[in-house]
Design a protein around this ligand. Structure first.
Ligand code: GLY
Length: 433
């Protein structure tokens, strides 16, 4: 079988890397792909990953048996619906399900309707009303979110009125995020530990993947601006069995029930960004796709063939699959960024040393997944803010960190930087075993 992957980031490189190992798969093609996906399959650089017509045509021409859609943007515009209508099995929800990520308001209203725990919130469609509300608040910090898709840049933690009003102006008056900022939510700031929970589902059966801890802020000690994610650690040792049960019973099962009773079909990946608070898990956000860089760690640790699970979700037969095997080793993923990220960043710097990083350790201990890279003849150049993710497996968190940072030291370009504390977040909560 041939599998088509839609997208061009690090998540898609990790998916292509894992899917290409399946005995069921003859070839992985990526639309448009990146230099990393080209090392494990074939790219279709001329196919726009957000053009449903072009993707349906490519899927038919290539006679693919499965399409896996990586990013949220194509899902939110209905690319999965178009592929399904053409009779092509697709891993990824249709436009209706993708609204969970495409509109923060839609998600919050659905959560409240079904009494799924989340922080309290208010919606605003005018900057003046939002600022009046902020004037009277006494509890700080607060969270301000743009309603629409903002490529990971639509969430702001604000610590006082002045900062909050400036963010409201940027989003609603100056439209820094374009149409995504037509409406905003002002939300309660939840205190606890954040965890990324990924669920593969065909709308009926849920397969909970091993949890991952992301590090979203750019600076050590969770400081500085929000990013798409600076690094990951998995498994998550502090997340006990009691908390995992609560996540299933209070959030995931009610969420799937909510989607069913609201008539929203959902086949693909449901990613819950959760805060584990003293009062139990609460939803920060839902995403309609695999996390990035969470996927890089999940693919490294998922030991079984992933294709039957993706196909099972796409075709409604997930209940036929046995639970997958996981590598018990620890995985650390360190994202290497271009100077300036998450603001405007340098581009076009030659990248060296990926092969030297991957030669570290034994076997495939270190694997580098490319994201913002571009091939220019024989040269690999930086072309995005998050350039690549160095992943490593180790028998302990310490060993995985040594290997991942050892790998990252061997990869070089001018202005490259990482966060140095991936996997070291202090644990201040007990979630029961
Ligand atoms: N790493 C966060 C995200 O994928 O949304």
């Amino acid at each position: 079988m041939k599998v088509l992957i839609v997208g061009s980031g690090g998540r898609e490189h990790a998916l292509a890397w894992k899917i290409a190992q399946s005995p069921l798969v003859d070839e992985v093609v990526s639309a448009p792909g990146n230099p990393g996906t080209a090392t494990v399959g074939r790219n279709l650089p001329e196919v726009n990953g957000e053009d449903a017509t072009a993707l349906v045509r490519a899927a038919k021409e290539e006679q693919v048996g499965l399409v896996v859609i990586g990013p949220e943007a194509p899902l939110c515009i209905g690319v999965a619906d178009a592929l399904r209508e053409a009779g092509i099995p697709v891993f990824g929800p249709g436009k209706a399900g993708a609204q969970l990520e495409g509109s923060k308001l839609f998600a919050k209203e659905l959560l409240d309707r079904h009494r799924i725990p989340t922080g309290s919130w208010k919606r605003f469609d005018r900057a003046g009303a939002a600022k009046d509300y902020l004037e009277n608040l006494t509890a700080w910090p607060q969270v301000i979110k743009a309603d629409g898709l903002a490529a990971g840049k639509g969430v702001f933690i604000v610590s006082d009125k002045v900062e909050a009003c400036a963010v409201v102006d940027q989003i609603m008056e100056e439209r820094h995020l374009g149409d995504a900022g037509g409406e905003i939510l002002i939300e309660e700031f939840l205190v606890g530990h954040e965890v990324s929970i990924h669920v593969v589902t065909d709308g009926e059966t849920l397969l909970l993947l091993d949890p991952v801890e992301d590090h979203k802020q750019v600076g050590e000690g969770d400081t500085g601006a929000m990013t798409g994610g600076m690094g990951v650690s998995s498994p998550v040792g502090w997340l006990g069995r009691r908390a995992t049960r609560q996540i299933e019973q209070r959030i995931l099962i009610p969420m799937m029930h909510a989607l069913r009773v609201e008539g929203i079909p959902y086949q693909g990946l449901l990613y819950a960004g959760l805060m584990i608070t003293e009062g139990g898990p609460k939803v920060l956000e839902f995403n309609c796709r695999f996390g990035d860089p969470e996927t890089q760690a999940i693919m490294r640790r998922f030991q079984s063939d992933i294709v039957p699970y993706l196909l099972g979700a796409a075709t409604g037969t997930l209940d036929k699959e046995s639970p997958p095997e996981w590598d018990t080793r620890h995985c650390i993923g360190v994202v290497m960024c271009a100077e300036g990220y998450p603001g405007s960043y340098r581009k076009g710097d030659p990248i060296h040393g990926i092969d030297r990083a991957e030669a570290l350790g034994t076997g495939d201990d270190v694997v580098v997944f490319q994201a913002g890279t571009k091939q220019d003849g024989p040269d690999l150049l930086t072309s995005g803010g998050r350039v690549l993710c160095v992943t490593a497996l180790g028998d302990s968190l310490h060993d995985a960190r040594e290997a991942a940072y050892g790998g990252a030291e061997r990869v070089r370009w001018d202005g490259a930087f990482t966060r140095s504390d991936i996997g070291l977040r202090p644990v201040t909560i007990s979630t029961g075993n």
